[in-house]
Unconditional design. Sequence first.
Length: 255
Amino acid sequence: MTLEIVTIPCLADNYAFLLRDQATGKVALVDAPESYPIQKALQDKGWKLDIVLLTHHHGDHIDGLPELVAEYHPQVIGAKADANRLPPLDLALNEGDTFMVGESVGHIIDVSGHTIGHIAFHFPSANTVFTADSLMALGCGRLFEGTPEMMWASLSKLAALPADTIVYSGHEYTASNAKFALTIEPENTALQTRVADITAKRAAGIPTVPSTLTEERATNPFLRAHLPEMKTAMRMEGATDVEVFTAIRKQKDNF
Ligand code: ZN
Ligand code: FE
């Protein structure tokens, strides 16, 4: 691995992540839900904070930033499209832009849908993507700002990354996502197996994040709207992928 990654539970059910470039010792943080657990993790590791990567403007992803900036003076990176409502950015980037954490190259992917201007951070050398509230473990973020078309396009971009990509999403919502997914595809054996694993992990207090893209493709209903078996499960055989995605998202909103 080119990056060492530390998962930090924050607030009730958020995750922040520290990533340390092994070659140079540079450390980046993905999202700042609250400062204390992040400061504690940095102290435990003996690391300082060089960069903060912000996925989107919601308070549960940025509210811890001011104290971290005051203590560590990191470079703050976020979406140019959202610069007007994010905390002050040192580097504002667009889809396709790259940035460095030491010698590790990060790529910006626009994953609008949950919010418009939500971005994901992809590190090909580490087979890793940080998706926050776009693609989540067995789920996807609610559509607060974007359209179903937008979210489906965003999820499709993430689904097209290499199958062994490790997906670090922003919340521990997996157990409730699992209950919902089983109502959509009760016969999906990969899903049944994964739900058993999730139940065991949660009972032991173990995070269900990260997951792999292979697992998500096989079990996450929101990545499966294009598949004939999903269209059959939804009784929407003649429908478009976006129509099926929209129907699944609507059912989840009312679940
Ligand atoms: Zn959010
Ligand atoms: Fe969130």
